[in-house]
Design a protein around this ligand. Structure first.
Ligand code: GDP
Ligand code: CA
Length: 318
């Protein structure tokens, strides 16, 4: 069986740990199509937060408490940059992480596309899952927000990390999306999949930028594989992160039904055949979509693998 997962960073990475565990049990192959909208160039380094979260988590090297970056990280480079007054100073640039960004930036500068760079980095981490960036082209999520009394478009990382999303926010713009092409292998993997899963990632800033690459949404919506999404919202709240702020900005209710409705039924021009919600949301309904309620707390690998088994069952492919 071939499983394709559309995913963001931290939530998606945790989900993929369960996908990989279940896939090993049933002998399935997994391809993750990863958001690149968070990618940013800082201090001359190309940083891909979601690809790195997924790669480090599956490689067993992610810091579980903080949720991003490496275990046993040190911060010498960041401190030294601050002593030069080098901006931005709000970004958490760890020393170990910096090595990843250096290798990536060197390869990109030499002309390798991000997809090949990702494969090369994964050679070290052996994630057990094929990681594909949604696109090799520049695609950045910018946020139109009121900052210091002025309406500006700032990079998603600045909005998220510097302002904690806590500024009047008007909209998200996926800069470069229209001209972007799916990275090699993305639409092929979706077309050859037996099932496509939408990870319980942030729908607005993790999954939407992937779908904004022309050809990806179409490959999912018009493809042969059933599509099942997993709710990132449990009992009216995102388990962690700021999906509530993002959903409010796009005018979607922060509920399992709200997010399911945002994706929409495949029969109605949306994406979903099935929508997995938490047992706390068992009354959630999305028109035209089969819903099922199971525990959705990704507390450990086994609990997450059980979610994946339920998603495949809902898709009718287990
Ligand atoms: P990011 O790119 O690092 O923000 O990570 P993602 O977009 O992949 O995932 C963030 C989302 O994961 C958050 O908005 C949460 O709603 C969701 N999330 C985190 N932990 C859990 C969990 O245990 N269960 C579920 N259902 N969702 C979770
Ligand atoms: Ca992210």
């Amino acid at each position: 069986m071939r499983i394709v997962v559309l995913t963001g960073g931290i939530g998606g990475a945790r989900f993929l740990v369960g996908v990989r565990a279940h896939a090993r049990e049933i002998g399935a192959e997994v391809t993750a199509v990863v958001n690149v909208g968070d990618d940013v160039r800082l201090h001359g380094l190309q940083i891909c937060p979601d690809l790195d979260s997924v790669m480090y988590t599956l490689g067993g090297a992610a810091e579980p408490e903080r949720g991003w970056g490496r275990t046993g990280e040190t911060w010498v480079v960041k401190d030294e940059l601050a002593k030069y007054g080098a901006e931005p100073s709000w970004f958490g640039l760890g020393d170990k992480d910096t090595a990843t960004h250096l290798v990536r930036t060197t390869m990109l500068t030499a002309g390798y596309p991000l997809s090949q760079v990702t494969t090369a980095l994964c050679d070290r981490w052996q994630p057990g899952v094929t990681l594909l960036p949604a696109t090799d082209e520049r695609l950045e999520t910018h946020v139109v927000a009121d900052v210091d009394g002025e309406r500006k478009a700032i990079h998603f990382q600045e909005w998220w990390v510097r302002y904690r999303g806590d500024v009047p926010t008007h909209r998200f713009v996926f800069v470069g999306a229209e001209a972007a092409k799916p990275a090699p292998g993305v639409t092929e993997a979706i077309g050859a999949a037996d099932v496509v899963l939408l990870a319980p990632s942030n729908p607005v800033v993790s999954i939407a930028p992937i779908l904004a690459v022309p050809g990806i949404r179409e490959a999912v919506a018009d493809g042969p594989a059933p599509v099942v999404g997993v709710s990132p919202v449990i009992a009216g709240a995102p388990v962690r992160g700021m999906a509530d702020r993002c959903l409010a900005t796009v005018g979607v209710e922060v509920s399992a039904a709200g997010v399911g409705g945002l994706y929409g039924a495949r029969t109605g021009g949306g994406l979903l055949d099935g929508w997995l919600v938490d047992t706390a949301d068992s009354v959630a309904e999305v028109a035209g979509v089969r819903t099922r309620a199971v525990p959705l707390w990704m507390s450990d690998e086994r609990a997450t693998a059980a979610m994946v088994a339920a998603a495949l069952d809902l898709a009718g492919v287990s």
